[in-house]
Ligand binder design. Structure first.
Ligand SMILES: *Cc1c(COP(=O)(O)O)cnc(C)c1O
Length: 382
């Protein structure tokens, strides 16, 4: 029998013939930009999450940016977030003219440490953006209570959390603001895409309007048989809408999401059981059970391991296995040096970063590929 040693990428979308068929059908329908498929996708997202309003957008960064604009956040304001996130969370804050304030992570979940948030809240604080890192839900009750106490709204970066839950409800079900991503590495994909969701219809409508140049009517309300040509620009906005071809792909992916996430969880549980007794190696917690979407499987290579983190990544690469690191702490990027943090500030995130590796985890992985990752890790570390 031929042994398969082909490259195992760190992440891979799972696109089938049904996505291709749905996109093709939409391309022939005559509607390419936001039309009936986007409407249908938004209502399916509302149903899946159990939320009041969903607005489909060009990506999750657009959702984060627009909600901060819709909340009138700008010059002189501060927004609290975590250093362990992708640059877009912080860019959205800076691009509104506001200042990001970073609060260190809690060392087990790698989510923002809610116990450290309150002392950073000032009269300038206009929002808190927690990230459900890797799909593990943040301490929403505690963070929402803080927000309520200080009248600071919570905007959830839920890019990793499509399908995650908190206390029996889907993330986004009851949020003032939550932003999801359908980037190709995420738990479901539309190529590029995202959703803004909210339990506040006025906020959602303002986000929608800002996503189409501040126009009071979308394309469906202008070009369909019941539409009319007249429109008014209510305020200057952006062009951040989702297209019907993206939504057609998203509708099929959403049907598969729970199956995808179950497969992710099975692989994570298998990895954990196989990696139990390796020296200097720690695996993610399984304490969240079914509430975790398992967007990422992050292991840590500690001081007493046989190799260091960078050597571990190189050794995996030699064995034709891809991996990644999520994330380089925000304050270590050159663009964000002007935020005023030194390289030794936010020590939990820096310690975490020095040890972290994300292993391949996605529904398309075969059992053989999972077994290859397991034996590679054991070979490198024992
Ligand atoms: C992927 C990601 C985003 C942004 O998603 P896009 O859809 O690519 O804009 C936001 N936050 C985090 C934590 C992410 O990983």
């Amino acid at each position: 029998m031929q042994i398969d040693n082909s490259f195992i990428p760190f992440a891979l979308p799972d696109i089938g013939r049904d996505e291709v068929a749905a996109v093709t059908e939409t391309m022939f329908s005559g509607w390419l930009t936001s039309g009936p498929k986007v409407r249908e996708f938004e209502s399916k997202i509302e149903k899946y999450l159990g939320c009041k309003r969903a607005v489909a957008l060009s990506n999750c960064t657009a959702a984060l940016h627009l909600v901060l604009e819709a909340m009138n956040i700008g010059e002189g304001d501060e927004v609290i977030t975590t250093p362990i996130t992708f640059a877009c969370t912080v860019n959205s804050i800076i691009n509104c003219g506001a200042k990001p304030i970073l609060v260190d992570v809690e060392p087990n979940s790698i989510n923002i440490d809610y116990k450290k948030i309150e002392k950073e809240i000032t009269s300038k604080t206009k929002a808190i953006i927690p990230v459900h890192f890797a799909g593990a839900p943040v301490a929403l009750d505690e963070i929402n209570a803080l927000g309520k106490k200080h009248s600071v709204p919570i905007v959830e970066d839920a890019a990793h959390a499509m399908g995650s839950s908190y206390k029996g409800k889907k993330i986004g079900a009851d949020s003032y603001a939550a932003c999801f991503s359908y980037y190709p590495t995420k738990n479901m994909t539309t190529g590029e895409g995202g959703s803004f969701v909210s339990n506040n219809p006025e906020l959602a409508e303002r986000v929608r309007r800002l996503s189409i140049h501040g126009m009071d009517k979308d394309a469906l309300n202008r070009y369909s048989s019941t539409g009319s040509w007249f429109y008014d620009i209510k305020e200057p906005g952006w062009k951040y809408n989702m297209t019907d071809t993206q939504a057609a792909m998203g509708l099929v992916q959403l049907e598969k999401l729970d199956g995808f996430n179950n497969r992710r969880r099975k692989i994570a549980e298998f990895y954990n059981s196989e990696f139990k007794d390796i020296k200097g190696f720690s695996t993610p917690s399984l304490e969240y059970g079914m509430d975790h979407s398992w967007h990422l499987y992050v292991v840590r290579i500690q001081d007493n391991a046989k190799v260091n983190r960078d050597q571990f990544i190189s050794a995996l690469k030699e064995l034709n296995i891809g991996s990644s690191v999520h994330f380089i702490p925000i304050h270590l990027h050159s663009a964000f040096s002007q935020l005023g943090y030194s390289r030794t500030d936010l020590p939990e995130s820096v310690n975490y970063f020095n040890e972290a590796v994300s292993l391949p985890l996605y529904p398309k992985m075969t059992d053989d590929q999972v077994a290859r990752v397991v034996s590679a890790v054991k070979r490198i570390l024992s």
